[in-house]
Design a protein around this ligand. Structure first.
Ligand SMILES: Cc1cc2nc3c(=O)[nH]c(=O)nc-3n(C[C@H](O)[C@H](O)[C@H](O)COP(=O)(O)O)c2cc1C
Length: 195
């Protein structure tokens, strides 16, 4: 079964406590080898249901393919990556995360698996930047009958956007998360006519 085809979505967004971290580890193919209790709770899965399964178990259909392509390109090159991801819990709820994904190495420097630590994503960053961007990327992917062509086009689209802004992907994401840490969380008080 292709995950994106017949999956259930409730439209209900789920959250974790501020200091909790959603952690998973995978083997070289992206099959889950570890999932912490926070991951299992928010994803609505038991250990038995998720260990040994591909990480795409919780893939949400709103995620553009090109983001995962960039994730795998970084990881297989031995590089870490930060990414905003929306995941689908198995009951159809969803949650947005800011993920930090890294390769794990053995003593000889060989990659032996991958590791993801995720915190909840900042709401303003999602609303102002990530959700509209992912929508455009996904639309571009869906315009093409062929998956490969779609992903090539969406990768080009994000590359063009980054070049326009004069930044690399890593810098773009880093700037977004820095902004969200310094951005005020309150609404500025509107000034009245007499100040
Ligand atoms: C350590 C690690 C963590 C990952 N975390 C997620 C995740 O939280 N959600 C997700 O959809 N894919 C995640 N992926 C990517 C999946 O392996 C997969 O590429 C993605 O779900 C797209 O699947 P598809 O190509 O079958 O559409 C992760 C991969 C690795 C290596």
């Amino acid at each position: 079964m292709k995950m994106a085809d017949n999956i259930r979505l409730t439209g209900i967004e789920r959250f974790i406590e501020g200091d909790e971290i959603i952690v998973t580890k995978t083997d070289l193919k992206g099959k889950l080898t570890y999932a912490n209790d926070v991951f299992r709770r928010i994803s609505h899965v038991s250990e038995a249901e998720c260990l040994g399964q591909p990480h795409s178990l919780i893939r949400h259909p709103d995620m553009p393919r090109c983001i995962f392509q960039m994730l795998w390109d970084h990881l297989q090159n031995g590089q870490e990556i930060f990414a905003y991801v929306v995941n689908r819990a198995l009951n159809g709820d969803h949650y947005w995360v800011h993920a930090h994904v890294t390769p794990s190495f053995d003593e000889s420097g060989q990659i032996i698996g991958y590791h993801s630590n995720r915190r909840l994503a900042n709401k303003e960053t999602l609303t102002n930047t990530i959700i509209p961007l992912y929508k455009k990327l996904l639309q571009e992917e869906q315009r093409h009958a062929n998956r490969k062509d779609g992903m090539k086009a969406s990768l080009q689209m994000i590359q063009d956007m980054l070049s326009e802004q004069g930044v690399e992907y890593d810098e773009f994401i880093c700037n977004l998360s820095n902004q969200s840490m310094t951005a005020p969380t309150y609404e500025p008080v509107a000034k009245t006519a007499n100040g």
